[in-house]
Design a protein around this ligand. Sequence first.
Ligand code: BEZ
Length: 222
Amino acid sequence: MEDYKMPLIGDTAPSFEAVTTQGNIKFPEDYKGQWVILFSHPADFTPVCTTEFMTFAAMYDEFKALNTELIGLSIDSLYAHIAWLRKIQDIEWKDYKNLEVTFPLIEDIKMDVSRKYGMVQPNESTTQAVRAVFVIDPESKIRAIIYYPQSLGRNFDELKRIIQALQKADADNVATPADWRPGDDTIVPTAGSCGTAKERMESDDPNMYCLDWFLCFRKESK
Ligand code: BEZ
């Protein structure tokens, strides 16, 4: 069995070809120019995973509006995937019903993709993936990674917030403070010299305010 190093933030996303519920995909080539959330779930026809897929399906248009595609994966067969996604359409939960999952779900029975992404974590399970999330940018760089254990359903508002925050950081060369939400003030990158620190503290820029030389915010319109 081939050994893989787990990909890290800043790495180019490992490439693969896979069979999915939406046909074959070549990653990352087919997704250049788009943000991608590549995520794994432990198994089809399991309760937490079902609630997650319903939530992703319900939020799919919100992700697409952020130029973000979703790609799911589990170590199940294509036919299990198809049967499960068809069943999900019959389930009502919260306000969700008649949900069609139109993003691709990878069949990874041989664990080719899950091993490349460190999605199988043997002390959790040797036969099922953990709940991994890789946020990959339009240049195919890995920008954020989250791993959840099998028993813990993901927070989908947080996944959306990660995309929004990374897009904001890239667009405006800023960072985002704790619990940042779109419209909140952002953080000006830390001053890298004594001169810049002094300039910041003495600045009369109406769009910036500093709590100290190393903690300056940029005002954003709500
Ligand atoms: C679930 O999705 O409910 C689940 C799957 C594998 C292990 C534990 C929970």
